[in-house]
Write a protein that binds this ligand. Structure first.
Ligand SMILES: [Zn+2]
Length: 183
């Protein structure tokens, strides 16, 4: 039986291998006599960041972030939701996201929306034919219109609203309201 000291030395060597080399998890597992998953779990638990070369398809976190970013309108999902759904800490999220952005593997805007209210508003905006103001009211966002305007100015690719301001339709509604009032 090994002592605690021996175990610590093994751990230290593994940490060094994880931090300084790009040896895949599978091979590290073989080297230390544990499963690939055990090495991966250890790496995550200790918050060890592997050298950048590994962060493409080989890194599980990057892989999941790339997959998430491929969903439609993913630029309009808030950072909180992404972290929650992928079970990532703030540190993990920013670290892997930074690498993917630098490599151009994800949209530069992915993960940059921080408002949950704006996320909810955009979800409605993409699905329903509703005026922008009505959407804002629904989610408790004071000025959704100016949020959209600001984000467009910052280079976000905000699609045109499904709701069209139709002046003929507007006149019809106004007429109906007036008629109701008369009754
Ligand atoms: Zn990664």
């Amino acid at each position: 039986m090994g002592t605690i000291g021996q175990l610590r030395r093994v751990e230290d060597r593994l940490i060094k291998d994880l931090e300084k080399t790009t040896i895949p998890f599978l091979r590290l597992g073989k080297k230390y006599g544990v499963s690939k998953q055990a090495v991966f779990a250890f790496c995550n638990r200790r918050g060890i960041q592997r050298p950048e070369r590994e962060h493409t398809e080989k890194c599980l976190i990057c892989h999941r972030l790339i997959r998430f970013a491929k969903k439609p309108h993913s630029d309009f999902i808030s950072s909180h939701t992404i972290k929650e759904q992928l079970g990532l800490s703030q540190g993990q999220f920013l670290y892997h996201l930074g690498i993917l952005r630098k490599k151009g593997l994800i949209s530069q805007k992915f993960g940059r929306l921080h408002s949950r209210k704006a996320e909810r508003a955009y979800q409605i905006y993409f699905k329903n034919k509703l005026p922008v103001r009505a959407i804002g009211r629904q989610v408790g966002l004071k000025n959704f219109y100016s949020t959209i305007k600001t984000q467009k100015a910052l280079g976000w690719d905000v699609p045109a609203p499904l709701f069209k301001y139709d002046s003929a339709y507007r006149r019809k509604i106004l007429k109906m309201i007036r008629r109701k009032k008369r009754r």
